[in-house]
Design a protein around this ligand. Structure first.
Ligand SMILES: [Zn+2]
Length: 109
C-alpha cells in the first residue's frame, strides 16, 4: 500500500490551497489547487428507438483543479470534473488541449 506519510514529500507548490499537515493521517498525499467551478451547458447524448442519436443541452458545472502527489513532484495532473464527466490529464496534455482549443475557438467564433 502506498502510504504518503512514509514517502519523501515535496514542499507545497505555490498553487496548493490545501491546508494539510504532512503528518496528518487523513492527508491523502496530494497537493491540490483551489477548485474553480465553471458553469456550462453540456450535451446529454441518448440513443432512441431505431438507433437515432439525440443530443440534449443541459446545465452543468465543471470543477477544474490541479493536483500533484507529494511524493511525485514531477507529475502534475489537471482535473476537469463534472457530474457525469471526468478528465484527468497531465499538465503537458492540458497545455496542448488549451492551445488547440484556442485555435479552434478563434476559427468558429
Ligand atoms: Zn500542498
Amino acid at each position: 500500500m502506498h502510504d504518503p506519510r512514509t514517502q519523501p514529500i515535496s514542499a507545497c507548490p505555490v498553487w496548493c490551497a490545501t491546508q494539510h499537515d504532512h503528518a496528518d493521517e487523513e492527508w491523502d498525499g496530494h497537493h491540490t489547487s483551489a477548485p474553480v467551478v465553471v458553469p456550462a451547458v453540456a450535451a446529454r447524448i441518448s440513443q432512441v428507438t431505431g438507433g437515432t442519436i439525440e443530443r440534449h443541452a443541459e446545465v452543468a458545472e465543471f470543477t477544474v483543479l490541479a493536483q500533484r502527489r507529494a511524493d511525485e513532484p514531477a507529475d502534475t495532473w489537471i482535473i476537469i470534473e463534472g457530474e457525469r464527466q471526468w478528465m484527468e490529464i497531465t499538465l503537458e496534455s492540458a497545455r496542448r488541449i488549451y492551445l488547440e482549443l484556442g485555435r479552434l475557438l478563434a476559427r468558429v467564433d
